[in-house]
Ligand binder design. Structure first.
Ligand code: NAD
Length: 495
């Protein structure tokens, strides 16, 4: 079986795509079943990838353990930072290629991959390159004769399981802070989008990282992901994906009490108060649900609009949606929306749309697939939804929004919080006092006032309730990838 293939991308870029596993700085064959990676816009196979078995997971964990103990946790933090900086520069050099790879197997518009995903990945590596030698603990005087100091030490071998919606960006969010803190990693990309993670290994080699520091294992979740989550010599699992899989990972991690970070699903609300700047609110509410084909864990998929501006909001929301209804192949000029990730997701979204119709929601726009080929869905707007409807309660992960009206602040806060999820929330008002009062009352890990979807590598990202455990990004990720050691010192030689 070949370990790489030459790929010509539709935008003229050519490159060599690795198709096997990356363990201990070597390309090695996978022992598990192979799987196809498809272009979601054409439904054609791009390439066949080798899957990692539980034996391969063992090999990767052994390599990562050896690299952790003998090398990576021992070198100066500034040297780790310098390696991360090298990787950042290589990402910058190859940003067009990596954006093209992500667009190809994910289906997202190339320009979005380039300007959002790749810029973020570059920034994240630079941020943690700078953070590597600024990880500090505390010194505490416990009595006149004693003091204690606290060191932040790495956890060890980190298993990292990432989803398909932001393939390269999710890799950056996970790999950069883990390495900065002195951990080594075994990363499993999603089976739909393993290509950029495998290409990343070429950058790891070029940057000269010691063998075993980064290992990448493509494979199916229930085989490779599960073996990684269960592995007794893995110290942490960091996962992004659905809440049901997050639960499975939490159970598997219990075997040796692994440290876990889970970024799971959401059903995030937007609230538009009567005094909102309606044009701005419509713009942000639209991007909040429709960006990235609605495939964002923080997508604001429920919109609550004050009854006094409800009809006006609906008219404007349909207008903006029509203007952005530019669907197509990820490499076409001027498109806003690409294909959904897979046939399964397309069918799942269509079944939610049918449920919305059956439950009596008013369909204002879309409601069907787009075209005959490719996993496209028309942007879909439902109005007059009620709280018991499936489309209001469950995560759809597609370009489908449920809009309804409210009368009072108390009522809308209750509705927003009436969900097992608590990832994000947006609110629109010109009343500064109300904005902060409502922000406090919303049960969400992230709140946007007069915007939506903002995230920044310096700001913690994560959810309340069933949306996850722990936080990624910023200084918070440094806590998530280290453990505290308290050292007590007795200065009194007489006692
Ligand atoms: P998923 O949670 O099953 O997959 C995410 C990652 O977990 C992938 O790498 C997958 O291979 C891995 N995985 C799957 N089962 C595993 C297991 N038992 N043990 C270890 N790893 C495992 O998500 P999906 O099936 O790709 O999509 C289903 C739904 O998940 C979507 O409709 C959407 O609602 C949600 N989703 C959410 C996010 C997010 O960012 N919150 C991302 C992708 C999907």
């Amino acid at each position: 079986m070949t370990s790489s293939v030459r790929i010509s991308l539709p935008n003229g870029i050519q490159y060599t795509q690795p198709t096997c596993l990356f363990i201990d700085n070597k390309w090695v064959p996978g022992d598990s079943d192979t799987f196809s990676v498809l272009n979601p816009a054409s439904e054609d196979e791009i390439v066949t990838i080798q899957g990692a078995s539980s034996t391969n997971v063992d090999q990767a964990v052994i390599a990562a353990r050896r690299a952790f103990e003998g090398v990576w946790s021992e070198i100066a933090a500034s040297e780790r930072g310098a390696f991360l900086y090298k990787i950042a520069e290589l990402i910058k050099r190859d940003r067009e290629l990596i954006a093209s790879i992500d667009a190809l197997d994910n289906g997202k518009p190339y320009t979005a991959a380039l300007n959002i995903d790749l810029d973020e990945a570059w920034n994240v590596f630079r941020y943690y390159a700078g953070a590597a030698d600024k990880i500090t603990g505390q010194t505490i005087e416990t009595s006149p004769a004693k003091l204690a100091y606290v060191m932040q030490e790495p956890l060890g071998v980190c298993g990292q399981i990432i989803p398909w919606n932001y393939p390269f960006m999710m890799l950056a969010w996970k790999v950069a802070p883990a390495l900065a803190c002195g951990n080594t990693v075994v990363l499993k990309p999603a089976e739909q989008t393993p290509l950029s993670a495998l290409y990343f290994c070429e950058l790891v080699l070029e940057a000269g990282l010691p063998a075993g520091v980064v290992n990448v294992l493509p494979g199916i979740g229930s085989i490779t992901g599960s073996a990684l989550a269960l592995h007794e010599d893995v110290d942490k699992i960091a996962f992004t994906g659905s809440t049901p899989t997050g639960r499975e990972i939490m159970k598997a991690a219990a075997s040796n009490l692994k440290n876990i970070t889970l970024e799971c699903g959401g059903k995030s609300p937007s609230v538009v108060f009567e005094d909102a700047d309606l044009e701005q609110a419509v713009k942000w509410c639209h991007s909040g649900i429709m960006d990235n084909q609605g495939q964002i864990c923080t997508s604001t998929s429920r919109i609550y609009v004050h009854e006094s501006v409800y009809d006006d909001f609906l008219t404007r929301f349909v207008d903006v949606t029509k203007k952005h209804d530019k669907i197509g192949d990820q490499f076409s000029e001027g498109i806003y929306q690409g294909a959904q990730i897979s046939d399964i997701q397309q069918q799942r979204i269509l079944s939610f749309i049918e449920a919305g119709k059956k439950d009596g929601a008013r369909l204002l726009y879309g409601g069907t697939r787009h075209g005959q080929k490719g996993y496209f869905i028309k942007p879909t707007i439902f109005a007059d939804t009620t709280e018991s409807m499936k489309i209001v309660r469950e995560e759809i992960f597609g370009p489908v929004v449920a809009i309804s009206k409210f009368s009072t602040q108390g009522e809308v806060i209750r509705k927003c919080n009436d969900s097992p999820y608590g990832l994000a929330a947006a609110l629109f008002t010109e009343n500064v006092r109300r904005a902060h009062i409502v922000a406090r009352k919303l049960q969400a890990g992230m709140v946007w006032i007069n915007s939506s979807g903002d995230s920044h590598y310096g700001i913690p990202f994560g959810g309340y309730k069933s949306s996850g455990i722990g936080r990624e990004l910023g200084q918070y990720a440094l806590d998530a990838y280290t453990q505290s050691k308290a050292v007590h010192v007795n200065l009194d030689s007489a006692s």
